[in-house]
Structure formats: structure tokens, C-alpha cells
Design a protein around this ligand. Structure first.
Ligand SMILES: [Zn+2]
Length: 454
């Protein structure tokens, strides 16, 4: 039987319209004039006085990964369920190669891990860590053939992830040929190492001083280098977790010069600032790069939708026990914050408070990432698209508690949230109804993504 989401206001990136959404199978079959759909025989989801948005697309999560002594507390089952509760109906995860694996083999291994567990659709980014040898470079094309036309590299984390700039450039040359997007964690390791060394000498390399350990200049310096290498090689480049408006401006400048340069930021860089490190549990906020000044956070808001085209979670699900073990040495605290469930509620709340428009939220969290990352069927509710949608009550107010991520804290505890996600539909199936889980067995499918346009 068809499903009809009736009586709501549909929000697309282009604007709002009063329409009923007709779902047939796993797709949107039509956006109907409410008068037209009156006599329709269908299962009805009542969206009267509510907003209907395309489901969120989160292109930056870390699920079930190891960092040093610590493994994140979640797996594809729990993380995608939490994502769905938070209005995200598809996500892109990373496939870091294990010793002896090339990037494409890592993608295949991760696909089989997620299959049968994920409750929403998922895809993977290839990744190259430490050395860009011939096998790794050849893996970029092989991964693209598997539907993973993106490759992640790091200029930071020496001995774990870091590539030297020469290797980054080699990756870019191959990626340009394969029409893959190069995603870069940009922080200059040498600047971080120097800063950490100085803090250690003074005996204060703890969570409280985390912002000084990874100063803004490290991010700005690496971003500039990487953007220049992209100009040189013709690669398309995407800077993950941008924390500074100055870096966003560098991206905009590169784009004006003809470089295919893009960037995202994350909710924690918009809604929090470095003062969190002086709170009693500063270690819970340790992530790389760190939160910056309140002025930088305000500046970032102004770059949304122009120089930065996405807001993604960088979800990393450690719990407060794991964060606490090395609180006195910020370099050993497992970095990253849980956030796959809180991204959409925070952005929707910001829109309802007038900080941006609701179509902006759709564009930043759904439509633009779906386009850039080649996710056909995602990011819109036009006929023929996947029936991934959320129904939001714009009048509800609540606090971020009772979350479903496999951890015991949220960095956004106590924040008042406007709007509540009442219903979540993924692939035509209702997963959440009246805020309760009603999904059946995991039906998330692997998203075979398209390469960049030539
Ligand atoms: Zn990340």
C-alpha cells in the first residue's frame, strides 16, 4: 500500500510548499496538491501543521573504529539507529585500510560489516594513511569503481595517519584521473608537535590546554598548502571540519581561482567554543581540531552556504570513561565527539530561532552533500527520489536528553532545542513514529556513488 504524508509543509533547498508526499515502495511517487490527494487510498502519516524535510545526509562519521587503546562504543547497528532518531537517513563512513589492505579492499570489508546491521543507507570513503605507495594509489580507481569515489588523507597524526605533502600531491594526481574527491584533515603536524612540546615542558599538556596544543595557525597553514596542491594537480579537494572563518575564506578564494575546493564544518564548531575546555569535564570536548574562540564560531556561521557547503557530525562515539583515562595528556585522549544524532536537531533549532533558513538547513545537511558526493536519489523529495524524509514539529521545545548514541554524554547537554523530529522514514519505511522506534529489521543499503563530473 502507498503511504501519504499528509497536510505538511514540504521544505526543499529551493523553498517551501504545501504538498502531500506520496510514497510508493522506496521512492517518492509525487508531491500532490492537498486537494488532489483527498480521496487517496493510502496509509496516512499526519503532518498537519508540521514540516516535512528530506532526511539528513551525514558524510562524516566514524563508526566502530579504534584509536590507540580505545574503540568507539558503537557499531553500524547502534550508530545508524541513533542517526535515524536524529533525522539522518543516510551516512558516509570511512574505510581505513588495515595492514596489507589496499583502499578498495578496505571499502569491501566495511561494506560487509555494515550490511545487515545498518538501518539507513550507507556508503564509504576510501582512505590512504602513512604512505601513498603504488598499491594505495591504484586503490583510488578501484574504490571509485566500487562506488566510493572519495579518498581521505591526513596532514596530521604522524605515524598513525599522516601523509607528507608529497604523498598528498600524489594522491591528488591519481584522484584527479579517477574523478574522485580528495578529503583532507588539514593541520600542519610540525606546528602541533612544537606546541605540544612546549606545553609538556611546562607540565600543562592537559585537556584544559588542548586549544593551544593544536593552534589555529596549524589549520590555516595546512589548508593553504593543500589548496595550492589542488590547484597544481587539478584535483577536487574537500576540507573536513573547518573551524576558522579564515580557512573558509581560503576555500572561497581558491574556488574563485578555478580550483574545485569545498569545505564543511561541524555543529560543535558552530554551537560551542573553546571555553568548554575550562569546564570540569573539559576532556569530553577533546577533538581535533579543537573548538576555537567565540568570535571564530560567530564568523563560521557567516560562511555557511557560501564558502562552506556542508555541516556534518564527525561523529566519534567514545564515552566519558574513555575520555577521562588520559585527561592530563590531551594527545592521548581519544579525539572526537558523539554527534550523529544531534546534528539535524541543532541545525533545525537554529533555523527556527532565525539563525538561518529552513531551506538552508536542507541545502547544508542534505541536498548539497548528496550532489557533491554523488549520492543519487538523496537530498530531495522530488518525484523519483528515495523516500527518505523527516517530519518536524516546529513548535515543540525540549532539551537534548534521552539520546540513543552508544555513549553516556553529549557535548550539547542542557541546550534548549526548538523543534522536534516526530517521524523518520527511510527508503519508504517508517523507522521512528511519534519519537518512538518502530523500525523492523535493518534494511540499510550500500550507496554506490557517482564520480565527480568531468
Ligand atoms: Zn573525522
Amino acid at each position: 500500500m502507498d503511504t501519504l504524508v499528509r497536510g505538511g509543509t514540504v521544505v526543499l533547498e529551493s523553498g517551501r510548499l504545501r504538498a502531500d508526499v506520496l510514497i510508493r515502495g522506496s521512492r517518492v511517487a509525487g508531491l500532490l496538491d492537498p486537494r488532489e490527494s483527498a480521496g487517496f487510498k493510502a496509509r496516512v502519516i499526519d503532518a498537519s501543521d508540521l514540516l516535512v524535510l528530506p532526511g539528513g545526509v551525514d558524510v562524516h562519521t566514524h563508526i566502530g573504529i579504534q584509536f590507540g587503546d580505545f574503540k568507539t562504543r558503537d557499531d553500524f547497528g547502534s550508530a545508524t539507529r541513533a542517526a535515524a532518531f536524529g533525522g539522518t537517513t543516510s551516512l558516509l563512513e570511512f574505510a581505513f585500510p588495515e595492514p596489507g589492505e589496499d583502499p578498495a579492499e578496505a571499502v569491501e570489508r566495511r561494506i560487509s560489516q555494515a550490511s545487515g546491521q545498518a538501518v539507513i543507507d550507507f556508503g564509504f570513503h576510501a582512505a590512504i594513511a602513512q604512505h601513498a605507495d603504488a598499491d594505495a594509489l591504484a586503490g583510488i580507481e578501484r574504490a571509485a569503481k566500487l562506488g566510493a569515489p572519495t579518498v581521505k588523507v591526513f596532514t596530521a597524526y604522524r605515524g598513525i595517519m599522516m601523509l607528507e605533502l608529497g604523498d598528498v600531491m600524489a594522491v591528488m594526481r591519481e584522484a584527479a584521473k579517477a574523478r574522485s574527491l580528495v578529503m583532507v584533515h588539514a593541520e600542519t603536524e610540525a606546528i602541533v608537535e612544537r606546541a605540544v612540546g612546549e606545553l609538556r615542558e611546562r607540565g600543562i599538556a592537559d585537556a584544559r590546554h588542548h586549544p593551544q596544543a593544536r593552534p589555529g595557525i596549524a589549520e590555516l597553514d595546512a589548508a593553504r598548502s593543500v589548496l595550492r596542491l589542488a590547484a597544481e594537480t587539478g584535483a577536487a579537494v574537500y576540507l573536513v571540519h573547518v573551524t576558522l572563518p579564515e580557512v573558509a575564506e581560503e576555500i572561497a578564494r581558491a574556488r574563485a581561482d578555478g580550483v574545485r575546493a569545498y569545505g564543511e564544518t561541524c555543529p560543535h564548531y558552530l554551537f560551542l567554543d573553546e571555553s568548554v575546555y575550562s569546564t570540569p569535564h573539559g576532556e569530553r570536548f577533546v577533538c581535533s581540531p579543537p573548538m576555537r574562540s567565540a568570535a571564530a564560531a560567530r564568523g563560521l556561521w557567516r560562511t555557511l552556504g557560501t564558502s562552506l557547503t556542508g555541516v556534518h557530525s564527525d561523529h566519534c562515539c567514545f564515552d566519558s570513561e574513555q575520555k577521562k583515562v588520559y585527561a592530563s595528556d590531551s594527545t592521548r585522549i581519544p579525539p572526537g565527539l558523539p554527534g550523529v544524532e544531534t546534528r539535524m536537531p541543532l541545525l533545525i533549532s537554529a533555523a527556527l530561532s532565525g539563525r538561518l533558513s529552513m531551506p538552508d538547513v536542507v541545502r547544508l545537511c542534505s541536498s548539497e552533500p548528496a550532489r557533491l558526493f554523488g549520492m543519487q536519489g538523496k537530498g530531495s523529495l522530488l518525484p523519483g527520489m528515495d523516500a527518505d524524509l523527516i517530519v518536524v514539529d516546529p513548535r515543540a521545545r525540549h532539551r537534548l536528553d534521552g539520546l540513543h548514541m552508544a555513549t553516556d554524554y553529549t557535548p550539547f547537554a542542557g541546550m534548549e532545542i526548538r523543534g522536534r523530529i516526530e517521524t523518520v522514514v527511510a527508503g519508504g519505511k517508517v523507522l521512528v513514529s511519534a519519537g518512538r522506534w518502530v523500525g523492523e529489521k535493518p534494511a540499510g543499503r550500500y550507496i554506490r556513488r557517482r564520480r565527480l563530473e568531468a
